[in-house]
Ligand binder design. Structure first.
Ligand code: IPE
Ligand code: IPE
Ligand code: MG
Length: 248
């Protein structure tokens, strides 16, 4: 029986963030080049997008390409960039039919022109959809975004547009690429790696972290359900004691 029946629909995370990892190792296991893993990773993207939307999750953020990923072999980077274009174009109808809005976060302007344009087209054509937003983190780096926010705040402070008192938790959040999006309650990483890899450092401050050994191309709706169930069985204390939570 599907794990879906065990999900408590009243305690659904509003925002799930995922580090899609393990494409290269999956390809290796199948005696294929690394890019074969990326191509097969698209199926898992479809699965989690569909699975999350069906449940009623409002935001799904997928780490698709980090600023550190430029260090990979040129062929792999070029193939990934082309794959992003192809996938966005191919999936647009499905996104629109399911009322899913596409958004991208990261240093988008420094992506190859084709990739940038495909993303803009995708975001524009899905902008009125409201069931769920799929955020793709592309050419993304959390330190980069925090640095940019800090620079903007410094500039606006200098120009007299901001006072020191106004610089708080909430304001910082508004200056990040995820402005207006609630912080993820749950962060999932596939492939058995236990690290954050420069992903949403500010936003993940109090997220529940879930790690699975499943390699990304094998990641299914059931794996998503398992992560949500694990999340629902945890006690989120936010600094308080367990007893305080029972009383409130
Ligand atoms: C994740 O899979 C996809 C991207 C980073 C684009 P990897 O390509 O990192 O796969 P492994 O970690 O080498 O197995
Ligand atoms: C993180 O995966 C980035 C993406 C999933 C896009 P990596 O595979 O690049 O992470 P590290 O370098 O092994 O930490
Ligand atoms: Mg990896």
């Amino acid at each position: 029986m599907s794990l879906q029946t065990q999900i408590d629909m009243t305690k659904l995370p509003q925002h799930i963030a995922i580090i899609m990892d393990g494409n290269g190792r999956w390809a290796k296991q199948h005696n294929k080049p690394r890019v074969f893993g990326h191509q097969n990773g698209v199926k898992a993207v479809r699965q989690v997008t569909e699975g999350a939307a069906e449940l009623g999750v409002k935001h799904l953020t997928l780490y698709a390409f980090s600023q550190e990923n430029w260090k990979r072999p040129k062929f792999e980077v070029n193939t990934l960039m082309k794959l992003f274009v192809k996938t966005v174009e191919k999936e647009l109808d499905t996104l629109n039919n399911n009322s899913i809005k596409l958004n991208a976060i990261g240093d988008l302007e420094n992506l190859p022109k084709d990739t940038y344009k495909a993303l803009l087209r995708g975001m524009e054509s899905t902008q009125d959809n409201n069931r769920m937003t799929l955020h793709l983190a592309l050419n993304y780096s959390s330190r980069w975004e925090i640095m940019n926010a800090t620079k903007r705040i410094a500039r606006e402070y200098k120009e007299g547009l901001l006072t020191e008192d106004q610089i708080n938790d909430e304001l910082m959040s508004q200056y990040l690429t995820t402005s207006g999006i609630p912080d993820p309650e749950l962060m999932i990483r596939s492939s058995g790696e236990h690290r954050i890899s420069n992903y949403l450092l500010w936003q993940l401050s109090y997220s529940e972290l879930y790690f699975t050994d499943v390699l990304w191309p094998d990641f299914s709706k059931e794996d998503l359900y398992a992560a949500i169930i694990s999340y629902q069985n945890r006690e989120r204390r936010f600094g308080m004691t367990g007893d305080q939570l029972i009383k409130s």
